[in-house]
Design a protein around this ligand. Structure first.
Ligand code: SF4
Length: 375
């Protein structure tokens, strides 16, 4: 068992059994300034941020496990920056949006969002183990609704049934793994009953923030409920790849569940090549495929965490050739308004002229490549 955060070290009844119980972790999530004060030496900016978060906006919730990864003395700790509110969240920045992906405008049935022709996103719950300060759905996570009942989700299932072009359902939230295993199984089985849904993606940050949740029982239940389930997780920093987190990823992989990762580019957290390289290499070692590196959505209150567009391109250029292809995600901008994802990246085509393309390699060499003759 790793070291406990300051406020849990003194808990008289805490033992490994409790620490490794996901329900204990969820129940003891820190949700207020007093809890943060016991665990960390807060800065004034964090204190102001916490007071504001408690009064309005995106609430605070941090599992004891994830809090234990925070450096209690360093406000620039990359874990701390992801979960502790700051005063800067009150700053309005040009381009800020409440609903950056235009999900409300793309809601086709209650809790169901369609932005692409062949897939939909199901908002199954508002709860998460940790409320990340950069969350795209900060407008609705932690809104108090909890897990949506099967009855509340039935209109969404019926909409999917009536649309045979839908092949892919992303079960998201909030974090669907915060639901009970039984409820999640029922949901997945209901989706399996819709013949044209070929596969399901389970979007969960629990391998990162609450790895105790990824029990063998849960993995088995997911497999049995919908055999074609892909787990989409969300590691942002190598510090998150703890023994517990990598064991959770191993349990998923050993159960036959493919695991993919989306990393959000965060200023001061992972916006440098060495950090991303360590993260992507660590993910592949854990049998998790780095899938997307996402330019952060311009959700209100996150201007201090966002990076300029060119930074992502520079980072991809620095990593190209330095890490193997399976460790290199695509850099993606999810365009504001919900108009769709756009892959961006360095341009390696220097010139195209009369059947000759000049490419620049990662070492800077220029190479001529010839088109085949026209037949
Ligand atoms: S776990 Fe996902 S949905 Fe929940 S707060 Fe974090 S980013 Fe948002």
């Amino acid at each position: 068992m790793r070291a406990l955060p300051l406020n849990f070290r003194e808990a008289p009844v805490l033992d490994a059994l409790s620490w490794n119980d996901w329900r204990w972790q969820a129940k003891h999530a820190v949700t207020d300034l007093q809890g943060l004060d016991k665990a960390l030496k807060l800065t004034e900016a964090e204190r102001i941020g916490a007071m504001r978060a408690m009064a309005a906006g995106l609430p605070i919730s941090i599992t004891p496990y994830y809090l234990s990864l925070c450096d209690p003395l360093d406000p620039d700790c990359p874990i701390r920056r992801q979960c502790i509110p700051r005063a800067e969240e009150a700053l309005a920045v040009k381009g800020d949006l409440r609903d950056p992906l235009g999900e409300e405008a793309h809601e086709v049935a209650p809790h169901l969002i369609q932005r692409y022709p062949d897939r939909v996103l199901l908002v199954a719950t508002d709860r998460c183990g940790v409320y990340c300060r950069f969350c795209t759905r900060s407008r609705l996570v932690g809104d108090g609704g909890g897990a949506r009942s099967m009855r509340a989700l039935e209109p969404a299932f019926e909409w999917i049934e009536a649309h045979p072009e839908i092949r892919d359902v992303i079960v998201s939230g909030g974090d669907p793994c915060l639901m009970s295993t039984q409820r999640l199984s029922r949901l997945l089985r209901r989706l399996r009953s819709i013949g044209h849904v070929e596969y399901v993606r389970l979007a969960t940050r629990t391998p990162v923030t609450l790895p105790q949740r990824i029990t063998e029982e849960l993995c088995r239940a997911i497999r049995e409920s919908h055999h074609a389930t892909w787990v989409m997780t969300h590691f942002n920093h190598p510090k998150e790849l703890t023994d517990q987190a990598t064991a959770a990823c191993a349990r998923l992989a050993d159960s036959g569940l493919p695991v993919m990762n989306q990393t959000v580019l965060l200023r001061g957290v992972n916006d440098n090549p060495a950090t991303l390289e360590a993260l992507f290499r660590g993910l592949v070692r854990s049998r998790v495929r780095p899938y997307y590196l996402l330019q952060m959505d311009p959700v209100g209150g996150t201007g201090h965490l966002r990076t300029p567009m060119r930074r992502g391109v520079e980072l991809m250029a620095a990593l190209q050739g330095r890490v193997s292809g399976i460790a290199l995600p695509r850099l993606i901008v999810d365009t504001p308004g919900g108009l769709g994802k756009v892959p961006i990246g360095p341009n390696y085509v220097v010139r195209e002229d009369r059947g000759v393309t000049v490419l620049q390699t990662f070492r800077g060499d220029l190479v001529e490549c010839y088109d085949p003759p026209e037949l």
